[in-house]
Design a protein around this ligand. Structure first.
Ligand code: ADP
Ligand code: ADP
Length: 237
């Protein structure tokens, strides 16, 4: 469902963040992307939905070549890709429900959402997701009144509002304590399994990664140095 071929990213500063990354992901496959800070993990997941535009190489998602789309085609493809961030990226002054509904348009069009009418299906879907992530009854709480773990659950629910086929998850537990981190990882895994969702989880905590994610891709200085089962990950990765 996802195929990266010879992906390169050179930033305007001259930094070569990705040096020819190729990998494939099957439908419903969940992988952990590990590697030291600066390895290119963030650049890689952002290249997939073109938040970062690759310098060379191709990204084919569900048969769609992401580099050959016009704005409309890209928007349609991005609707099938959910993003979850380390810092949750919630709008602090809005309620949980408002955050879920504004996320419906994706990260590109927040203000546009004010001008869009939400239909009953969106709201029903939001209630269902809140219940599923363990936040039933929290819909009217403001985002800034939630704990870190609750905020990440909202982040997860929001990413699922658009019924994506692929999740790009950037350091989901970096701001959470160990116990909450494990709860969030377990929830993510369960949701992927239930929905046949593929995911790439950028996570620098190798212990957490190998505990929860069946396949691990190790990145170092912009190059894939390991791609295999979590059980085969050793010190070199
Ligand atoms: P990681 O997520 O593994 O920490 P990043 O993808 O953030 O790695 O960074 C990889 C390399 O690209 C680093 O050298 C970083 O400084 C550089 N880099 C990342 N984002 C930018 C940017 N917007 N502009 C210039 N260089 C960048
Ligand atoms: P990460 O947690 O992925 O390592 P960073 O702290 O490296 O994130 O980067 C935070 C933000 O700054 C990102 O948006 C990244 O693209 C950008 N960035 C990282 N390195 C550079 C750089 N050398 N020049 C400009 N922007 C950068």
């Amino acid at each position: 469902m996802l195929e990266l071929q010879g992906l390169e990213k050179r930033y305007a500063t001259g930094d070569l963040a990705l040096k020819g990354v190729s990998l494939q992901l099957g439908a419903g496959e969940v992988v952990g992307l590990i590697g030291p800070s600066g390895a290119g993990k963030s650049s890689l997941i952002r290249c997939i939905n073109r938040l970062v535009v690759p310098s060379a190489g191709s990204v084919v998602f569900d048969g769609v070549d992401m580099g050959r789309q016009n704005a409309r085609g890209l928007r349609a493809a991005r609707r099938r890709i959910g993003m979850i961030f380390q810092e949750y990226a919630l709008v602090e002054r809005l309620t949980v429900m408002e955050n879920l509904l504004s996320g419906r348009l994706g990260y590109t069009g927040f203000w546009a959402s004010w001008f869009r009418r939400f239909d009953a299906r969106d709201i029903e879907r939001a209630f269902g997701l809140l219940e599923r992530v363990g936040l039933a009854g929290m819909e009217d709480k403001r985002a800034d009144a939630l704990s870190g773990g609750q905020r990440q659950r909202v982040g997860i629910a929001r990413a699922l509002m658009q019924d994506p086929r692929l999740l790009l998850v950037d350091e989901p537990t970096a701001s959470l304590d160990p116990k909450t981190s494990r709860q969030v990882m377990r929830l993510l895994l369960e949701l992927c399994q239930e929905r046949g969702l593929a995911a790439i989880v950028n996570i620098h905590d190798v212990v957490l990664a190998t505990e929860y994610l069946p396949r691990i891709i190790g990145l170092r200085a912009g190059t894939v140095v390991y791609d295999g089962p979590a059980s085969g990950v050793d010190q070199r990765v």
